[in-house]
Design a binder for this molecule. Structure first.
Ligand SMILES: C[S@@+](CC[C@H](N)C(=O)[O-])C[C@H]1O[C@@H](n2cnc3c(N)ncnc32)[C@H](O)[C@@H]1O
Length: 269
């Protein structure tokens, strides 16, 4: 809810808007609702902007990907891509914890948001089942070029679980792309940025959803190459500010980064 509220507030409160989501407010507040435009309680504006930026980076990458026949939204939460998609040939698999997915489906119904035939719900608890097994049971076609989104999820997964998912994606027979955001180890950040990251990590732990994995950019490059990806673009806060013509003085609070990995497909697999 917090991530979705950030996107909803971003629509009205952030200038310039970097990520446009006409369903963001509805899925948060219901058919007639409109969230207060002045912020998400307890969330600095720069964190809200990062949440919008990771979706924009992913949307741009998806827009540029050739021949995509399937999109898999891993840890979908209240993401609305599947309900904004108007391409009847693009199947969208929403993979999420069964409890979250049930709650989302109730919210979609309450908000009157139509669920297109292209949406495939795929309930998976990553602590009990792999995305691969869940997708297989839901009719995922491994021979179809596929774009995977994993936004706002990687920090909650163990390092092993994230890298298992990366290997699965990179070793599919068809071309694949994966976009995810990650946090850096606090000790590797400049000292002035560490307290905010540590405070946020502690707040998540108190809520029972501790951050479990941290990576440096060089870790990401090595691990994704090992997993089987052919190329990786990895952008940080300043890269995003430059890419989207935002104020370069906006402070980078947590050092969050966004990785975009591409695999050409391992035909024999
Ligand atoms: C911070 S939310 C991000 C949601 C969405 N991707 C977004 O950007 O708004 C984290 C998501 O990870 C999912 N998640 C966390 N632990 C999970 C698990 N063990 N199995 C499946 N999904 C999980 C949650 O259900 C939630 O949808």
């Amino acid at each position: 809810m917090s991530a979705a509220l950030a996107r909803a507030v971003h629509q009205a409160a952030d200038v310039p808007r970097v990520f446009t989501d006409p369903l963001a407010a509805r899925i948060v507040a219901g058919a007639d609702g409109c969230p207060a435009p002045d912020g998400v309680p307890g969330m600095p504006a720069e964190v809200r902007l990062f949440m919008a930026l990771r979706h924009r980076v992913a949307a741009d990458a998806l827009g540029a990907a050739a021949g995509t026949g399937q999109v898999v939204v891993l840890g979908a939460g209240l993401d609305t891509f599947a309900y904004r998609n108007r391409n009847p040939a693009l199947r969208v698999f929403e993979v999420d914890h069964p409890a979250t997915q049930t709650w989302k489906r109730e919210r979609l119904a309450e908000a009157g948001i139509e669920v297109p035939d292209t949406v495939v719900f795929c309930p998976v608890d990553f602590t009990e089942q792999t995305a691969e097994a869940g997708l297989g049971a839901a009719g995922f076609d491994p021979r179809e070029p596929t774009f995977f989104l994993l936004l706002g999820v990687a920090p909650y997964l163990s390092r092993a679980a994230l890298l298992d998912t990366a290997r699965f994606v990179a070793r599919l027979p068809a071309p694949t792309e994966l976009v995810f955001d990650y946090n850096q180890p606090p000790a590797t950040l400049p000292p002035h940025r560490r307290p905010a990251l540590v405070a946020q990590a502690e707040a998540m732990a108190r809520m029972g959803e501790p951050w479990q994995s941290f990576f440096t950019p060089s870790d990401i490059a090595v691990e994704l190459a090992d997993a089987g990806f052919d190329s990786v673009t990895d952008v940080g806060w300043q890269d995003c500010l430059a890419r989207y013509a935002l104020d370069p003085a906006l402070p980078d609070l947590f050092g969050g980064r966004i990785a975009h990995a591409r695999a050409t497909g391992q035909e024999g697999s």
